[in-house]
Write a protein that binds this ligand. Structure first.
Ligand code: CP
Ligand code: NVA
Length: 307
């Protein structure tokens, strides 16, 4: 059985298989065919943090695959009152077929997976957001960016870490520009460098947004204040000055460059209103693709239950 906890747990071929499934299932849905790949299966969705896209896309996705989604906010289940993760895992995984968790530390997700009898999917942790990155990869392909130069401008956070794995495993060029003091985790960066040697990826980490965006095919960013960091907002907004993706910064990218944002977006901070609205088609296609990419992941995990 395989879990989907970080992209580093998969090789390029496996990630490509999930994307291919997503493309196939999306096309079937657009043709009006509903294929019950996960008939009568139940997906439990545990949320210790807020969500719009992750909740709606997983719940709708499992329903469209012939199953049912169970929304479990930690405010409502005993986990929120201190029941251990490992007990929660042993109870829930005896009743459902798959589990998605959004939580804080990656170690909590790993603990759940260690005690789970069914596949577990990372719906975002403080360290990673791998389902979002599969979505972003699918979206880049749809917009014709097959071997892209990607510039990520902003916080060295869960999104940046997952970009590091995606690029280094799939083999494309990724440039990350963060303010000083907000770099990516060095262990993850070193590991990405190792993967890059094998895949032919190019990973460039620095502090200069203009240098990163120069000639890029894809420009992306994320909020400067992630969930759980609300108290740091004032300091972060000060430290991230000069890192807004606005028309001036975007003008350094290729003329046909696309702009991606995992959302929610905070205009006037990590992205300007103008850039956001100019690229709304890409951004909301990306949002829709959460549904399709995650169906590919769930079906793939179901196919590999006996591995
Ligand atoms: N991008 C993303 O994960 O959005 P939500 O927080 O709304 O789920
Ligand atoms: N980095 C953000 C992503 C939100 C989808 C957060 O963790 O809050």
């Amino acid at each position: 059985m395989r879990h989907f906890l970080t992209l580093r747990d998969f090789n390029k071929e496996e990630l490509q298989e999930m994307i291919d499934l997503a493309i196939k299932i999306k096309a079937q849905q657009k043709r009006g065919e509903s294929v019950p790949y996960l008939k009568n299966q139940t997906l439990a969705m545990i949320f210790e943090k807020s969500s719009t896209r992750t909740r709606v896309s997983f719940e709708t996705g499992i329903y469209q695959l012939g199953g049912t989604g169970l929304f479990l906010s930690s405010r409502d289940i005993q986990l929120g009152r201190g029941e251990p993760m490992k007990d929660t895992a042993r109870v829930i995984s005896r009743m459902v077929d798959m589990v998605m968790i959004r939580t804080f530390e990656q170690s909590k997700l790993e603990e759940f997976a260690n005690y789970s009898k069914v596949p577990v999917i990372n719906g975002l942790t403080d360290s990673f957001h791998p389902v979002q990155l599969m979505t972003d990869y699918l979206t880049m392909l749809e917009f014709g960016k097959e071997n892209p130069v990607v510039a990520y401008v902003g916080d060295g956070n869960n999104m940046a870490h997952s970009w590091l794995y995606l690029a280094s495993i799939m083999g494309f060029e990724l440039r990350i520009a963060t303010p000083r003091g907000y770099s990516c985790d060095s262990t993850i960066a070193v590991e990405a460098e190792e993967f890059a040697k094998k895949s032919g990826a190019k990973i460039i980490l620095g502090y200069d947004p203009v240098g990163a965006v120069q000639g890029a095919d894809v420009v992306t960013t994320d909020t400067w204040v992630s969930m759980g960091q609300e108290e740091e907002k004032e300091r972060r907004v000060r430290d991230f000055a000069g890192f807004e993706v606005n028309s001036k910064l975007m003008s350094y990218a290729k003329e046909d460059a696309i702009f991606l944002h995992c959302l929610p977006a905070y205009r006037g901070y990590e992205v300007s209103e103008e850039i956001f609205e100019t690229h709304a088609n890409e951004i909301f296609s990306e949002a829709e693709n959460r549904l399709h990419a995650q169906k590919g992941i769930m079906v793939w995990l179901d196919m590999h239950r006996d591995d």
